[in-house]
Design a binder for this molecule. Structure first.
Ligand SMILES: N[C@@H](CCC(=O)N[C@@H](CS)C(=O)NCC(=O)O)C(=O)O
Length: 177
């Protein structure tokens, strides 16, 4: 019989696992959190995510889902009540997905370079990252959150930086990717 309940396979320092935990908490869903040692992955992680073998994995009633942004959308659909994560309007939803993709594809690699370089290379990385972030800042103009008055999908996708700063200020990257 399939295992019941909600489980998150994560890693404490991961900037993408926190998205899943934020989404579950916003929905008020109780879950079990399992911290993975990424240098010695558990049998569960290899079984539930045999393709990429990465965290996060959400296991809902025994069924695994991988990829943080896909998991966040799944959580919004599976627990329809409570805090809405995706915008109700199809156009706004498309916009949120566009900016999420932009942040993932353009900004995250640029931001990551800041933490992995020094000297002139780091100064250049800061400049590139600032350029990447400008359109995002413009999209936020006049709003408290990307989701409007309340935290939504894009806030969850982009908010990792606030979570990660204390992590990286403790030393080099803890995340293998
Ligand atoms: N695009 C994936 C990225 C997942 C990812 O890179 N997870 C890292 C931790 S932050 C991981 O599990 N790394 C282990 C590995 O690459 O073997 C997502 O958003 O879920």
């Amino acid at each position: 019989m399939a295992e019941k309940g909600v489980k998150v396979l994560g890693m404490w320092a991961s900037p993408v696992v926190i998205r899943v935990e934020w989404a579950l908490r916003l929905k008020g869903v109780e879950y079990e959190y399992v911290d993975e040692d990424l240098a010695n992955k558990s049998a569960d992680l290899l079984r539930y995510n045999p393709v990429t073998k990465k965290v996060p994995v959400l296991v809902h009633d025994g069924k695994p889902i991988a990829e943080s942004t896909i998991i966040v959308e799944y959580i919004d659909e599976a627990w329809k009540g409570g805090h809405p994560i995706m915008p109700a309007d199809p156009y706004e939803r498309a916009q949120a997905r566009f900016w999420a993709r932009y942040a993932e594809d353009k900004c995250n690699p640029a931001l990551y370079l800041i933490f992995t370089t020094t000297g002139e290379a780091q100064r250049e990385a800061v400049r590139v990252a600032q350029q990447c972030l400008k359109p995002l800042e413009a999209a936020l103009e006049g709003r408290r959150f990307f989701g409007g008055d309340a935290v939504g999908y894009l806030d969850i996708v982009i908010g990792w930086l606030a979570h990660w700063l204390p992590v990286i200020s403790g030393g080099p990257s803890f995340c293998q990717d």
